[in-house]
Ligand binder design. Structure first.
Ligand code: GLN
Length: 323
């Protein structure tokens, strides 16, 4: 068994310093105007490219929000992290690794090729094939998804019906991926119904602050630091963070890990969550995306904050006896 009392070392700077650093990160990157708002889901194309929010929620419940942190937007692929957590909680580590897998695909999130190259193995819960297989494994279906994600957020989440309808009318590619999984026997419920639940889960409305709380729950051994509800076991958080490290930023996951040094998850509406285990959760929101579908300002701000707050999980220093 993993020793879950041995959390990663170090602490966040004091609250005032965290505030100053997060405020500074917002000011530094608000003027960046690279990237393009996603438009393959028609309802996302009208997002205001100027929106920019940062939220840092510490495991002691202290939170700091800057910018457009109350603006609601659809969670999109960030939902994959939390639905995976619910399935890990139900099925346990071994069964989930057997049915879904956790290796990086190195391919875009909506790749059909990854499935074909791997004899129908869903490969990783953070890309669409693996996420559809994961959603098909949620025991309680849609109700369990919305209840579970709401517990992570600490408030009742609702679907943006406009975004849902827009994606449901155009998501032929996800339907095809679900059917292909079915042909290999690697989806565990009806493929079109699963695609529908998946599309709904992606359409749940959150704010940047909500995402900060959800990320902080994964940093806090599965306990929501605001409501104090235990949402999942601490062991589940290990599984989720490992999956994020391998594919949370799709084909840019290696670059993300090498520069930011933390597990993260992005979504095409412009959100990114980043988890500093034992310390806190960081959420960013800014709709313009790079070619892989990751928020440009979000990536820059997270990189800066990881360095300024000392969050990189790979950092070490020589033992004092070694000079
Ligand atoms: N709902 C979107 C899709 O399946 C989510 C993709 C994403 O956020 N990368 O295409």
């Amino acid at each position: 068994m993993t020793d879950l009392t041995a959390v990663s070392t170090g602490r966040l700077p004091d609250r005032d310093r965290v505030r100053r650093i997060v405020d500074d990160a917002h000011a530094r990157f608000a003027g960046v105007d690279e990237g393009r708002v996603a438009d393959y889901i028609p309802a996302l194309a009208s997002a205001d490219p100027g929106l920019f929010g940062l939220s840092m929620v510490a495991v002691d419940g202290a939170s700091h929000d800057v910018g457009d942190t109350d603006h609601p937007f659809s969670i999109q692929s960030i939902s994959k992290a939390f639905v995976y957590a619910l399935v890990c909680q139900d099925l346990g580590h071994d069964e989930v690794l057997r049915r879904i897998g956790v290796d990086g695909t190195g391919l875009p999130f909506d790749s059909v090729m990854a499935l074909e190259l791997n004899r129908g193995a869903p490969m990783n819960p953070m890309v669409n094939a693996g996420a559809l297989a994961t959603t098909s494994l949620v025991a309680g279906g849609w109700e369990a998804v919305v209840d579970g994600l709401s517990a992570f957020a600490g408030r009742r989440l609702e679907v943006d019906e406009g975004v849902y309808a827009s994606e449901a009318a155009t998501n032929r590619r996800n339907q095809a991926i679900a059917r292909l999984l079915q042909s290999y026997g690697t989806i565990y419920a009806d493929p079109l119904e699963t695609t529908d639940v998946y599309t709904r889960q992606c359409s749940l409305l959150v704010t940047t602050h909500d995402l900060g709380v959800m990320a902080a729950t994964l940093a806090d051994g599965g306990v929501n630091p605001i409501t104090h509800e235990r949402v999942v076991d601490a062991a589940v958080c290990l599984d989720v963070l490992a999956a994020l490290a391998t594919a949370g930023l799709y084909e840019q996951s290696g670059q993300w890990l090498a520069t930011i040094g933390l597990p993260g998850k992005s979504g095409v509406s412009g959100g990114i969550i980043t988890i500093a285990p034992g310390k806190g959760g960081l959420a960013t929101f800014s709709p313009p995306l790079d070619v892989a579908g990751n928020s440009v300002r979000g990536r820059l701000a997270t990189h800066h904050l990881s360095q300024a707050l000392g969050l990189n999980i790979f950092a070490s220093a020589p033992h004092p006896d070694h000079g």
